[in-house]
Design a protein around this ligand. Sequence first.
Ligand SMILES: [Zn+2]
Length: 478
Amino acid sequence: MEYEAVIGLETHIQLNTASKIFCSCKADSWNAAPNTNICPVCTGMPGVLPVLNRRVVEKGTLLAAAMHADLQPVSFFDRKNYFYPDLPKGYQISQYDRSLAKGGYMDVPQADGTLRRVTIWKLHMEEDAGKTKNDLISGSRRIDFNRCGVPLIEMVTGPDLRSADEAANYLTRLRQLLRWIGVSEADMEKGHLRCDANVSLRRKGETILNTKTEIKNVNSIEAVRTAIVKEIDRQSRAYEHGERIEAWTLEWDEDSQTLKKMRSKETEADYRYFREPDLLPVYLTDEWRAAILQDFPELPLARRARFMAGYGLPEYDAELLTAERSLSDYFEKAVQAYGGEAKRVSNWLMNDVLRMLNDSGKTTAQLALTPAYLADIIKLVEAGTINTNTGKGLLEKVNASGKSPEEIVRAEGLAKVSDDGAIRAVVEQVLAESPGEVAAYRGGKVGLIGFFTGQVMKKMQGKADAQKARALLEEMLR
Ligand SMILES: [Zn+2]
């Protein structure tokens, strides 16, 4: 029997605002000591009132727009009631039937070049809860309220994904998009982007939705992929044996790479949602919405397509250069400053500048090597003023000093030596110093030409016109 996987993802996205959603505590308390980033509001003390952080609405609006969702002029907060130690109020302030945005979708490129359209079923604002930890030494449970009130967007997709790879692709693209529009750092290891996966199977060709299980506690894209593969495998074996799939909640255990049954799933009715009486409705006026979306950026997939169509870049280059918005901005500025073929800039950027970025751990904005300086270096190489090797060394020198490429070339005398006489003198010296190699070359070991060229370049500090040096060597060795 051939089965098809039906997967939907529920993500919790931590917004990168300065403060929490309803109080002035810092939003991000990664690595802070437990219970050091809390106040009476986020710990639900009696008599306090929440005040909505407007930046949460703004970032939520940006994300909804990026998801092509229908932004609602009026939305409400609701109380989602449940009893759990890490929820001091006994309810979570969330949105239910009247949320910030309705509908929407995200297109995800597949390995075969087609796009998978993933629909968005839910997109709303809410606060995070705290964290309970089992203390192994004392055997007690401990609660850290630092995360209470951290602003989240909950986003739920339709059951549109068909494999573990598609689910991983969606998350990779979502992470890219969140960083691109600047609403979240989207670091899964820090809990900025959390994902639960709903998985069910059906016979190929069917359109029904069978009972699904929910996988929780997966905190990397690779873990999501592996956990879904294992769950698909478990369910298909169960169907083969004629067993029923029950609506379990499964927990991913990273250490043992296995899924464990957590508890039977609550239904929505258990939460007894009702309007939050302590907060006003959110009025997203036309003016406010226009102000938020004023500088809405070109999104990664659109830019990727434009890089291919407009600059004639191969897909590989376009993909890599649009991995991050700052990098793609850097590329475009360098292309404009260069004025020539964009592929040349792409080559320099992908081979050398990316390595510099990776080695230094810096972002493009922190590089002293500006896009204009990169363009200058490429132009100096193209004009034959310096050779390619000198150009590559120049990248580092410009970046270390902040001086212009021309200035460094002038000050250090890096201009390429093409003068026959000067190169010939060095070639003679090299041949005189290596009689053994010369004899070997003449005896048929012509591969030694590389050795001789290297020696000449070394003596001339890499400044010689390499082709000319090689030609002179061959001539004199004959
Ligand atoms: Zn607080």
